[in-house]
Design a protein around this ligand. Structure first.
Ligand code: PLP
Length: 375
C-alpha cells in the first residue's frame, strides 16, 4: 500500500527495525544515551541552540504544551490562521483562558505579514502570536521569516506550529527568531505517531517563568530538569525514540539542504502532474506547500489565481469516490478535505519518506481512477 496522506507517513525499514528492539530502563544509562543522541540531532534539524524537548503525545499535545508553558490566563494572544490547524491552535489558547484575537485568512491563501503587522499595531496588549508554518488542511506554507520580522520587531512572543513542515521545509528556528516551535513524529520525521518535539528560545524561557496557565504533564521546568539527567519526567515512548534516532541519522546523512531540495523537487513534480491531468491546484501558487498538495474538485476558471470562482459551479470530481477507487483498485491512500473543504478538495502527502517514483505511481493511479470519479 502507498500511504500518501500528510501523516502518518511511511517509515523506512531502519525505523521499523529499530522499533522492534527490546525495552530498556527509561531511567537507566542506556536510555540516557539514546535521549541525548536524539536531542542533539533534533537541535541540528531545528537549527537551534535552544532547548528541544521530546513529549509523549501527538502533535496537538505539543501545541498545548507550547501554550501552557508560555502564557497566563487573560493574556492577549493573536491567533493567525489560514486553515483548520490555525483555528485549532487558537482554540487551545482560548480553552486555557487566553483572550484570543483571531486574524483569519481565506482557506487556500497564505497569511499576509502586513495584516499581522496592522493587527499587532492596533492592539499593543497582545503578548504572543500563534501561527502555522505549513497549513496541512489547505497545502499552504506561510513565510515565517517575514511574519517573524513583524512579530519580533514588535517584541512579541512567536509560537509556531511547524508540525507538518519541520525536517522537510527549511525553518531555521534561531535565524527566524522563533520562540517556540512544535512538530510531530508522524509527519516529516518518518517514524510512527506518538512523539511531539518542541523547541524553546531564551525569550520563551523568560515567558515561562511568568506563565501561570495550569500544567502538570506538560511542565517544561520538569522537562528541563530531567533532560539534564538524560531522562523525561514521565515514561517516554521508548520505541519511537529508537526509531527517531535512526531516521535522524538518515536525515542528517542525506543533509538538510538535500532533504529540503528533495521535498521542493517532488512537490513541484506533484503540482505539474496534477495540472497535466487537467486538474486545478487549490492553493495560492506563490505559497504552495512542499509537503502537501491540495487538489480542487472544481474545474479551472481561467489561469492565474486558482481560487477565482472556486465555489462557483459544480465540482467535476466526486472526491469520496476518487479516494475509494484509489484505495480499492490502486492500493493508494490520499486524504480528503477537512471541515468546510470536505468534498471540495483532496490532499496528497509528499513528506518524509518520498521519492519521485512514488509520485509517478500516484499520478498513474490518478490517471486510471479519475474517469471513474468524474461527475
Ligand atoms: C498533523 C497536524 C497537527 C495535529 O497533529 P496530531 O499529531 O494529529 O495531534 C497540527 N498542526 C498541523 C499543521 C498538522 O499538520
Amino acid at each position: 500500500m502507498q500511504l500518501r496522506v500528510p501523516g502518518p507517513t511511511p517509515c523506512p525499514p531502519q525505523a521499523l527495525q529499530a522499533m522492534g528492539r527490546q525495552m530498556v530502563n527509561h531511567r537507566g544509562r542506556e536510555f540516557a544515551g539514546i535521549l541525548n543522541s536524539v536531542t542533539t540531532k533534533l537541535k541540528q534539524v531545528f537549527q537551534t541552540e535552544g532547548d528541544v524537548f521530546i513529549l509523549t503525545s501527538s502533535g496537538t499535545g505539543g501545541l498545548e504544551a507550547a501554550v501552557v508553558n508560555t502564557l497566563s490566563p487573560n493574556d492577549k494572544v493573536l491567533a493567525v490562521s489560514c486553515g483548520a490547524f490555525g483555528e485549532r491552535f487558537g482554540n487551545i489558547a482560548e480553552q486555557y483562558g487566553a483572550r484570543v484575537k483571531r486574524l483569519n485568512f481565506e482557506w487556500g491563501k497564505a497569511v499576509d505579514p502586513e495584516a499581522v503587522n496592522k493587527a499587532l499595531r492596533a492592539d499593543s496588549d497582545i503578548k504572543a502570536v500563534l501561527v502555522t508554518h505549513n497549513e496541512t488542511s489547505t497545502g499552504i506554507t506561510n513565510s515565517i521569516s517575514e511574519i517573524s520580522s513583524v512579530v519580533k520587531g514588535l517584541g512579541k512572543l512567536l509560537i509556531v506550529d511547524a508540525i507538518s513542515s519541520l525536517a522537510c521545509i527549511d525553518l531555521p528556528v534561531d535565524k527566524c527568531h522563533c520562540d517556540v516551535v512544535v512538530t510531530g513524529s508522524q509527519k516529516g520525521w518518518m517514524v510512527p505517531p506518538g512523539v511531539a518535539m518542541v523547541s524553546m528560545s531564551e525569550e520563551a524561557w523568560q515567558a515561562h517563568a511568568q506563565a501561570k496557565m495550569p500544567r502538570y504533564y506538560w511542565d517544561f521546568t520538569k522537562a528541563r530538569e530531567y533532560l539534564l539527567k538524560g531522562q523525561t519526567p514521565w515514561t517516554p515512548a521508548v520505541s519511537i525514540c529508537y526509531a527517531l534516532n535512526s531516521t535522524l541519522d538518515l536525515i542528517l546523512s542525506e543533509g538538510l539542504v538535500n532533504v529540503f531540495a528533495r521535498h521542493a523537487r517532488i512537490a513541484q513534480m506533484t503540482r505539474e502532474g496534477i495540472k497535466s491531468l487537467g486538474l486545478t491546484l487549490f492553493s495560492e501558487a506563490s505559497h504552495a506547500s512542499n509537503t502537501v498538495t491540495a487538489v480542487s474538485a472544481f474545474a479551472r476558471k481561467g489561469e492565474g489565481d486558482a481560487l477565482k470562482g472556486y465555489f462557483a459551479g459544480e465540482p467535476q470530481i466526486d472526491v469520496p469516490k476518487l479516494i475509494q477507487v484509489l484505495r480499492d483498485e490502486y492500493d493508494m491512500v490520499v486524504a480528503p478535505g477537512q471541515r468546510k473543504l470536505s468534498g471540495k478538495i483532496f490532499r496528497i502527502g509528499h513528506l518524509g519518506l518520498v521519492e519521485e517514483s512514488d509520485i509517478k505511481m500516484l499520478l498513474e493511479a490518478l490517471t486510471g481512477a479519475l474517469p471513474k470519479a468524474r461527475l
